[in-house]
Design a protein. Structure first.
Length: 387
């Protein structure tokens, strides 16, 4: 006798934080047949109620305990960066899986506690880096794995973006060390740092510099940064990042592998799908314009976020499928730790004027910090950027 088919599981989801990025999560979860968004949560209860009405969500609450009391299986975290830890720890204690916006935290110790809590509770912690799900980004990863590029040797990454003063003044937490945790590295370039470490592997050393060239009247964090990153494989990469650019030049990331082949990934205008503007393999070079004529370069944040919804959806689908299969999602909390460590090392290097070397465990080492400076596991705010 054939056993009866098991009905597919339906996951109950709670969205914590009803700010701009919550739209992406609501759209992404709403696109899946085996998911039901049962509640939204915000410290501003009126905003939670408005979000619930707009998205036909049955419950609106203003505490994490209340969202967990709805019997959710997944919590999606869309709150400001430093508040992620409290939400994740509460969810893990309740046995609830977590999908968290980047960065998962602004300090290494906080992120490590989040990862440990989820592992000890036996729940999955995923981190949103949706640009990995671009078909073009996947093609570069495949070209590394199948030998077309082979082991990456060199990379160049340019994140040259426009942000108006209103971007920072709209929300009180933006542009502050305490509540934003950093500037262009923490909030924008972390996506490309994630791609760099995904392609090139573990990091051995970071040497970097940050500064605030244009937005000093509105923010206390950096609006510009440069770094040289050396990987344990011996590969080397350069990074430049800024929100002081006008017009917006978008984002380019070029990889050269041990076969001599190169590939370049471009996001222009910002928020559009990444595309391969350079594919140089064998004796042939295929190119596309990096900055096509007639394209509006300065795109508002709502449009940027909206264009990323399909890739949010791909990552959310991967996360739910991993829960069904009892496997890890494509991007875990431990993956998110890697990009956070790298950008914190840029801050530390800028503060000390020295390279930050990583130990075998992947943690920035204290060896390179000048004598007399107190050392902790967490990278500190660079003095020159805080003023």
């Amino acid at each position: 006798m054939t056993p009866p088919a098991t009905a597919p599981r339906t996951y109950r989801v709670g969205i914590v934080g009803c700010g701009a990025i919550s739209r992406n999560h609501l759209e992404a979860f709403g696109a899946l047949d085996n998911v039901q968004v049962v509640g939204v949560c915000d410290i501003d209860l009126d905003r939670a109620h408005a979000t619930a009405r707009n998205w036909d969500v049955p419950n609106a609450v203003n505490t994490v305990d209340e969202i967990l009391a709805l019997g959710v299986d997944i919590v999606s975290v869309c709150t400001p960066h430093p508040t992620h830890e409290e939400v994740v720890l509460n969810a893990a204690a309740a046995g609830v899986h977590v999908l968290c916006e980047k960065p998962i935290a602004t300090r290494l110790g906080s992120a490590e506690r989040m990862v440990a809590a989820c592992e000890e509770a036996g729940v999955q912690l995923g981190a949103l880096f949706q640009r990995r799900f671009w078909p073009a980004a996947q093609k570069i990863r495949e070209a590394i794995d199948d030998g077309t590029l082979g082991r990456p040797l060199m990379a160049q990454c340019s994140v040259m973006l426009h942000r108006a003063p209103e971007y920072y003044s709209r929300d009180a937490w933006r542009g502050t060390w305490e509540n934003d945790g950093g500037g262009v590295l923490m909030t924008q370039a972390i996506h490309q740092i994630d791609l760099l470490q995904w392609y090139l592997g573990d990091v051995a050393e970071v040497y970097g510099k940050v500064n605030t060239f244009r937005h000093g009247g509105h923010i206390e964090v950096e609006d510009s940064a440069t770094a040289v990153i050396t990987f344990t494989s011996g590969a080397m990469a350069t990074l430049e990042a800024s929100t002081a650019v006008s017009p917006n030049l978008g984002i380019q990331l070029r990889i050269t592998g041990e076969t001599g082949a190169s590939a370049s990934l471009t996001e222009f205008p910002e928020g559009s799908d990444g595309r391969l503007d350079l594919w140089a393999v064998g004796e042939k070079i295929t190119v596309e314009p990096v900055h096509p004529e007639g394209v509006e370069p300065n795109v508002d944040l709502s449009t940027i976020n909206g264009q990323l919804i399909p890739h949010h959806t791909s990552q959310v689908r991967d996360f739910v499928q991993a829960l069904d299969a009892g496997t890890e999602p494509a991007i875990t909390g431990r993956d998110a730790l890697k990009s956070l460590r790298i950008l914190l090392a840029v801050y530390e290097s800028s503060r000390t004027g020295r390279p930050v070397r990583f130990t075998d465990a992947g943690v920035p080492s204290a060896v390179e910090v000048p004598a007399g400076v107190e050392v902790s596991a967490e990278a500190r705010v660079p003095a020159e950027a805080a003023g």
